[in-house]
Every structure is written in structure tokens, then in C-alpha cells.
Design a protein around this ligand. Structure first.
Ligand code: HEM
Length: 387
């Protein structure tokens, strides 16, 4: 595997670990963003809200705080640039899922089969994103203080400084830019579709929503703001999150892989350098592991005592275990993604009952649009304040 890639990945993981996980400051920021979100929704007084807008708002604010270490309002240019980046990337990969096709079959690039216009669109997006990130990197470098590292960008600048004078440094500004771009692209739409799926599930199955709310009510006072420490007390919610990840399978064929050595798998010989696509959708809906695979049943992930089953259990191993990929190309934002999804759902369900605005939409995953990521239809919702 390419050394530059490995090193970049290693640094990205280091920066996320240092800032994004287990750091009280970030959790404080996410909590404050959640409180603002609850206030904003409450002000709507049950009037219909566009769920996409709401989710992108929340996720952009969290992503901005992760990257830059400060809290920004959704209408702040920093959050807006993340929102625009995400929208532009989605737009670029949308037409007949061309981006996905080019990702999976890069040989098509060489054969010049596709319209120049689409490739130009991808280039334009790239330029916009590069410009936005370049400005932020310049600004943060000018104000850099080693004793007060604010976010992932500061962590990456620190690594760049530590590399000065070493043989073969990799962290130039382009690499910093690339890592930040990877985090935005990898972290936004994936989490968005999981949360969007949750709204579909709550609308189609009000009883599921009620059971999740009952679990929350049995554990906490209404005024309590749910934090990550509360996770072990909400096994049904955790099991539902796993079921959501299984049912929807965010990236049904993960991202393209390559065999790094001659391999034997299930009796098949796979020579080194073979291009490999993993069918995670199949393993997540395999009827011999999941009875009625196209129904939502959080109980699959609970044992007879109502405890979440361990990672090696077949239900987890075959779906959630694979939803984030694994090995040298596995998702580097897994823990962060799971934490954000938990915090959002727990706090929203504690404070509101969500109702559909109009007719129910199709939530059969087999009919979803595939834009590299499987996307449920957009929807709007009414949030009725509880108690
Ligand atoms: C529900 C949310 C998410 C899901 C389902 C998800 C899933 C995945 C999957 C399947 C891969 C490819 C793994 C493989 O093919 O082996 C991946 C890669 C990646 N993810 Fe995530 N992801 C999520 C959230 C995030 C978040 C929040 C971030 C960052 C903040 C992130 C950053 C990345 C990056 C940078 C890669 C590329 C890793 C590499 O190629 O070295 N993801 N993700």
C-alpha cells in the first residue's frame, strides 16, 4: 500500500483521537449545539420542518467544531462552507451515480467514456473546496499556539511543525487540505442518511418511537441533557442504531479495495492486485443471519436480558461490524459517528415526538437511490414538544 496514503491515514487517525474522541471540550460543544437545536425546534411550535435542513445544520455545526475547535452557528460562513462543500460533492457525484461508477471502475476515466461536462463539474467542486480550506489553513497557521490546540486543524498543523527537519515529511498544506476534505466528505452524508432513516422508521412505526421514549423516560428526568456517559443506560436505543445501520447499509459496497497479496477466500483464489468490491448489503440482509431482513427489529441486537450483544455476535459481526469497513481502509470516524448519532437521537426523542408531515414515504431500502451512499427520500416532520 502507498506509503504516503498510509502516513496520511495514520495522521488523520491521530488528529481525531487527540481531538475528536474522549475529549470533554468537544462533547461540551456538541452538547451546546444540541441545546441550541432543541431551542430552535421548540420555537417552531409543531410547524413542519425540513428534516434535511435540520440534520445538515446540526452535522455542519458539529463538523465545524471538530475541525476548527470552536462553536459556530449554522448561518456562520464556516458552517455554510461545510454545508456547501457537502452539497457540491453530492451534486458532482449525483448524475446517474457517475462518481460512484468512476470510483469503482477508474479504468473508465482513461477510456474517456463519460461526458466532459461531468468531469468538469467534479473539478469545479474540487477547486471550490480547495479554496475554502486553503483560506482556513492560512488563518489558523497565523494564529497557531502550541499550548492551546483548538481542533483537528491545529493538530495537523502541529504534526506539520514536528515533521520539520525529519526525512521525507508528508504533511504539507496539500495533505492537511486532503485530510480535512476526507473528513467532511466521509463524515457528513453518511451520518445524515442514518439520521434521515431514523425519521422514516419513527413515522412508519410510532410504537418503536414510543418504546425508545419510554426507555429514556425510565432513566432520566426530563430536564437532563443526555450525554455519552448515559449510553450504557439506553440499550434499546443503541440496538436501534445498530439495526438502522444494518437495514440501510450506508455504503452497500463499501469503497473499492485491492488484494495486497495472493489470497484464498471461501475456496476462491484471489491473485494480488485484484480489484475487490465487498457486498456489505448482502451480508447485512443475509436471511440465514437475519430473519425478515427487510423489517426493522432492534431486538436482533439484544440478548435475553435486554443487554446489547457483544461485537463478535453474528448479528453485529455481519452488519454493523462491516458497515464501517475494516482493516487498512476502515472508517476512521466510526466512534465519532456513533456518538453523534446517539446524542442526536437520544436528545430529540427525549424532548419531542416526531410526526410525519403528510403521507408516509416509501422506506424500503431496496428502492432507495444509490449515490455511492444509499439515500432515503427527503422528508419533513412536525416536532411536538413532550410533557
Ligand atoms: C454512519 C456514519 C458512517 C459510516 C456508515 C461510514 C462508513 C464508512 C465506510 C464503509 C468506509 C470505507 C471502509 C472500507 O471500505 O473498508 C469509510 C471510510 C472513511 N470514513 Fe466513514 N463512515 C461514517 C462516518 C464517518 C465520519 C463521521 C467520518 C469523519 C469525521 C468518516 C471518515 C471516513 C474516512 C476519512 C474514510 C476513508 C478512510 C481511508 O480510506 O483511509 N466517516 N466510512
Amino acid at each position: 500500500m502507498n506509503r504516503g496514503y498510509q502516513q496520511r491515514r495514520h495522521y488523520a487517525i491521530k488528529a481525531i483521537k487527540a481531538y475528536g474522541e474522549g475529549v470533554a471540550h468537544l462533547e461540551d460543544i456538541i452538547q451546546s449545539i444540541t441545546i441550541t437545536l432543541i431551542d430552535d425546534i421548540t420555537k417552531q411550535d409543531g410547524r413542519p420542518m425540513d428534516v434535511d435542513q435540520l440534520l445538515y445544520g446540526f452535522l455542519c455545526c458539529v463538523m465545524a467544531s471538530l475541525l476548527y475547535g470552536e462553536e459556530y452557528a449554522y448561518d456562520d460562513p464556516v458552517c455554510q462552507s461545510i454545508s456547501k462543500m457537502t452539497a457540491e460533492v453530492l451534486k458532482a457525484i449525483d448524475p446517474v451515480s457517475l462518481g460512484s461508477l468512476l470510483d469503482s471502475f477508474p479504468v473508465l476515466f482513461r477510456q474517456n467514456i463519460f461526458l466532459k461536462e461531468t468531469l468538469m463539474q467534479i473539478q469545479q467542486t474540487q477547486n471550490y473546496v480547495n479554496e475554502t480550506l486553503h483560506k482556513k489553513i492560512t488563518e489558523y497557521k497565523a494564529e497557531f499556539d502550541e499550548n492551546c490546540l483548538k481542533g483537528i486543524l491545529d493538530q495537523l498543523i502541529l504534526i506539520q511543525k514536528q515533521e520539520v527537519g525529519t526525512d521525507d515529511p508528508v504533511m504539507d498544506d496539500g495533505t492537511i487540505q486532503g485530510i480535512m476534505m476526507d473528513l467532511v466528505v466521509g463524515g457528513m452524508e453518511t451520518s445524515h442518511t442514518v439520521l434521515c432513516q431514523a425519521f422514516h422508521d419513527f413515522f412508519h412505526e410510532p410504537d418503536l418511537q414510543k418504546r425508545l421514549q419510554d426507555e429514556i423516560d425510565s432513566q432520566f428526568e426530563p430536564s437532563h441533557i443526555i450525554t455519552l456517559k448515559d449510553r450504557p443506560n439506553l440499550p434499546l436505543l443503541q440496538a436501534y442504531i445498530y439495526e438502522n445501520l444494518r437495514y440501510k447499509t450506508v455504503l452497500p459496497i463499501l469503497v473499492p479495495h485491492r488484494a495486497i497479496r495472493d489470497t484464498k477466500l471461501a475456496g476462491y483464489k484471489i491473485p494480488a492486485n485484484t480489484f475487490v468490491l465487498v457486498n456489505a448489503f448482502y451480508t447485512s440482509h443475509n436471511p440465514s443471519v437475519y430473519k425478515d431482513p427487510f423489517t426493522i427489529k432492534p431486538e436482533r441486537f439484544l440478548d435475553e436480558h435486554g443487554t446489547v450483544v457483544p461485537p463478535g455476535h453474528p448479528a453485529r459481526y455481519n452488519s454493523v461490524g462491516l458497515s464501517f469497513g475494516s482493516g487498512m481502509k476502515g472508517c476512521i470516524g466510526k466512534n465519532l459517528a456513533e456518538s453523534r448519532i446517539f446524542l442526536f437521537l437520544a436528545n430529540i426523542l427525549q424532548k419531542f415526538t416526531v410526526l410525519p408531515d403528510g403521507n408516509l414515504l416509501d422506506r424500503d431500502v431496496r428502492n432507495y437511490k444509490l449515490v455511492t451512499i444509499l439515500r432515503p427520500p427527503s422528508l419533513s416532520a412536525k416536532f411536538i414538544r413532550r410533557q
